[in-house]
Design a protein. Structure first.
Length: 424
């Protein structure tokens, strides 16, 4: 029953008004064009997501709706998966908090309502990591290793062969953290790697035979270009988007920094859960530092959900500075909304004095802004501060629900209202 409720709630978040936003984002346009090119056949840099969108185009016909619909479905499946894994690791409360914490972040919500390949790639890569973790605890480790490899191979069909080194680096990090006791045997690791390489190898060989090996050479040239010219090029700017885009979840990670310093293995938690937290920490840091992308939000959301889970159960306290920081960040985000609306309302008067290219481009958008839209920023400030008051009074359950459910609903409303104007 809980799975059904989560599926319905996720569907209401991600599916309504899908396709009502014009495809103006350059990456969304690229992937949609690639999907159309796939219909009669052809090589493209990101084939799997193109195939998914091509199937959606055949099914629905409407280019905008068909382009966005796959990510809406992936969003539903992702939240159901997080609930199921959280329930398996602890109980239903952890699963529910994980799904809620992830869905309430700004950036995942926007990505699920886009036409980008990130949701599918993130989900497949995460499944690969999860199955790799389960190898040591499964009665059929060969099958689990094969599933891990296949998920990784499908992820490689989206972002290319550079995905494999990232996964192997994560395995190496876990090998170091566990002092060589990974529970993964050499044969299982070999099966994982071989099956990970199989989809890309099969696809490249097929295209080499059918279209000529020049296409394969072009594919590797494209991958090399991605390696040396990632999107976006300035990772500092990427961090400026990623970290605020994970509010409010990102602030709950700060609790770990001031927690009692002790080994993760010296707690009363079950061994499987301890190991899973190690995997999630490694997952978080490796992706954040070496390949900044929306993928890092998955481990961040689990670690934040674990903190929220403990706080809501009364097993951990929120410090005063933590709540104040939460409130100040909420105020800052609300002010950004408020100032953006005011800048849009008075763009004619402000445009001559603006030098920053990004702000100048924002003021040149051919859209109409109205004064009442500042209420979005005002209401968000009120929401976060009311949640902070409840948390100060140690009404943790009520305060956390107000914060995350309110952020989720606000993100949905703001996305539907502002996205047609500024993003897509």
């Amino acid at each position: 029953m809980k799975y059904l409720l989560i599926a319905i709630a996720a569907a209401l978040l991600f599916i309504p008004f899908t396709g009502g936003i014009a495809l103006q984002d350059p990456l969304s346009l690229y992937y949609t064009a690639a999907a159309k090119a796939t219909l009669p056949g052809g090589l493209q840099p990101f084939p799997l997501y193109g195939w998914v969108q091509a199937g959606s185009l055949r099914l629905f016909g409407n280019p905008a709706f068909a382009a966005y619909f796959p990510n809406a479905v992936i969003g539903i499946i992702t939240l159901l998966t997080f609930y199921g894994i959280g329930k398996k690791q602890a109980d239903e409360r952890l699963g529910t908090w994980w799904a809620l914490v992830y869905a309430s972040c700004w950036l995942p919500f926007l990505v699920f309502r886009s036409a980008l390949p990130d949701p599918l790639f993130n989900y497949l890569f995460f499944l690969s990591v999860y199955f790799a973790y389960r190898i040591a605890y499964s009665v059929k480790p060969i099958i689990i290793a094969a599933l891990s490899g296949l998920c990784l191979g499908l992820a490689m069909l989206i972002k290319g062969p550079l995905t494999l080194p990232l996964a192997l680096l994560l395995l190496l990090g876990y090998w170091i953290a566990s002092k060589g006791k990974t529970g993964i045997k050499a044969a299982q690791l070999l099966i994982l790697i071989l099956l990970a390489c199989l989809p890309v190898a099969t696809w490249l060989v097929y295209n080499g035979v059918v279209q000529g090996w020049t296409t394969v050479q072009q594919y590797f040239s494209y991958q090399a270009a991605l390696l040396f010219n990632p999107w976006p090029r300035d990772n500092v700017v990427y961090y400026m988007v990623l970290l605020p885009g994970c509010f409010p979840a990102v602030l709950f990670l700060l609790g770990y920094l001031y927690a009692k310093r002790r080994s993760i293995y010296n707690t009363g938690l079950p061994l499987e859960l301890k190991e899973w937290k190690v995997w999630m920490w490694l997952f978080f840091w490796i992706v954040l530092l070496l390949a900044p992308a929306t993928l890092y939000i998955i481990p961040l959301s689990f670690l934040a959900a674990w903190q929220v889970y403990r706080i809501s159960a009364g097993r951990q306290r929120l410090r005063g500075w933590h709540i104040v920081l939460l409130m100040l960040t909420g105020i800052l985000i609300g002010l950004v909304f408020l100032m953006a609306v005011l800048a849009g309302v008075y763009k004619t008067a402000l445009a001559p004095y603006v030098q920053a290219p990004f702000i100048h481009a924002f003021l040149q958008l051919p859209v109409t802004w109205q004064e009442w839209e500042v209420l979005y920023g005002v209401l968000y400030i009120a929401l976060v501060n009311y949640s902070g008051v409840l948390l100060f009074r140690r009404k943790y359950q009520e305060g956390l629900l107000c914060l995350f459910v309110g952020s989720l609903l606000f993100a949905a409303a703001a996305c539907l209202h502002f996205a047609p104007k500024v993003l897509f």
